[in-house]
Write a protein that binds this ligand. Structure first.
Ligand SMILES: *[C@@H]1O[C@H](CO)[C@@H](O)[C@H](O)[C@H]1NC(C)=O
Ligand SMILES: *[C@@H]1O[C@H](CO)[C@@H](O)[C@H](O)[C@H]1NC(C)=O
Length: 347
């Protein structure tokens, strides 16, 4: 199962070790089969399954000893009455509450659009996050104490607009509600009360896992829009030299910001693994805030890179990277993205 491959990178990065325990693929598979293989949209007909997924994440965070809570919020553009809930788990390091803490966040949305079963998008990301939690807390139990604090979040209500490719799509305003509310209503107040400052100097960065399971070694399974060819000549050449195989993880970050630290650390961890079969391709973007890009032509291209929760972190200038298999640009997901066939068959 491919999720495990991507997990190696995450583990290696988080633990800064050269020797990484392999992932428990059974655990990830069971998570996906039981809780992330059917629609998790907010319409009433999907509510039961969605709630079960949310409660499972909450239970797993608790079981692994994280300080766990729901972040309950409302989103007026969806409903005036309904409550939505992201799930938050905190692994306090010995630096917790101190000015020298360097917090790493790991986030993945657990909801889906109506039309899909959401296995790759994004059961895979949540299952991977839970496996990171499991390994991390296992190590804690064995006496390895992390210095720095980690925050894990399974976001609700990422997927409720469907405006991609239309001119009235004003990302991130029209989507990504869970992470937007989380930042304003949970993270900034939480930093203030635990670290005494609203300025998030203690945040080292946030890793967003969204749509990470599709791995395809067929030639030409990876499509790349023409516009990306000029924007990322090196990456394009690298994928080209590999016959456009969809067999790599995309690392998306903003070059002129502190995302670059996180991206470089992640890349070097990947290299240290010495598994050339699993490549990482970098997509360094040349902006700081999407909302401040002057040209709408440029925005139309770059909007593809704003499609997950890291977009909200970027808009308030917090370092974040997005790891993804590129979703509808690769293999079967070209047809299955946000469709019925993003189901258990993609495992
Ligand atoms: C980027 O990181 C450096 C070094 O950690 C820090 O001094 C600086 O304030 C950060 N910049 C921003 C915009 O957060
Ligand atoms: C891989 O990609 C090819 C070409 O897009 C597609 O025909 C095939 O079904 C894909 N295989 C998998 C396992 O995704």
């Amino acid at each position: 199962m491919v999720t495990s491959v991507f997990l190696h990178y995450v583990f290696n990065f988080l633990f800064s070790l050269h020797c990484v325990k392999s992932a428990d693929t059974k655990y990830m598979e069971t998570s996906i089969r039981n809780y992330f293989s059917n629609t998790r949209h907010h319409d009433p007909e999907y509510q039961e399954y969605k709630y079960a997924a949310k409660e499972y994440i909450h239970g797993e965070f608790l079981r692994h000893g994280l300080t766990t809570e729901y972040h309950t919020f409302q989103e007026q553009s969806v409903s005036n009455t309904e409550n939505f809930q992201s799930v938050i788990g905190i692994a306090k390091g010995t630096n917790f509450g101190k000015a020298n803490d360097l917090i790493i966040g790991l986030g993945a949305h657990y909801d889906t659009v109506k039309e899909t079963k959401g296995v790759d998008d994004n059961g895979a990301g949540v299952a991977a996050m839970l496996e990171v939690v499991r390994q991390l807390t296992d190590r804690n139990r064995n006496g390895v104490k992390r210095k720095n604090t980690m925050i894990f979040v399974a976001f609700d209500l990422k997927e409720y607009g469907s405006c991609f490719g239309t001119s009235d799509c004003k990302l991130p305003d029209v989507q990504l509600a869970g992470s937007r509310h989380f930042l304003k209503e949970w993270l900034l107040p939480w930093l203030l009360s635990n670290y005494g400052k609203a300025v998030p100097a203690v945040i080292h960065g946030v890793i967003i896992l969204d749509t990470v399971m599709n791995y395809n070694t067929s030639a030409r399974s990876q499509t790349i829009p023409d516009a990306f060819r000029t924007a990322f000549p090196e990456t394009y050449a690298s994928v080209d030299s590999d016959n456009f195989q969809g067999d790599f993880l995309n690392l998306i970050y903003r070059k002129p910001t502190n995302d670059t630290y996180l991206a470089a650390e992640f890349l070097s961890s990947g290299r240290d693994l010495g598994k050339p079969k699993y490549e990482i391709e970098s997509l360094p973007l040349n902006f700081v805030k999407f909302s401040e890009i002057p040209s709408s032509d440029e925005k139309n291209i770059l909007i593809n890179f704003m499609r997950s929760d890291h977009g909200n972190f970027w808009e308030i200038d917090l370092p974040a990277i997005w790891l993804t298999d590129s979703a509808d640009f690769r293999g079967d997901m070209i047809q299955c993205y946000h469709q019925e066939c993003d189901n258990l068959q993609v495992m």
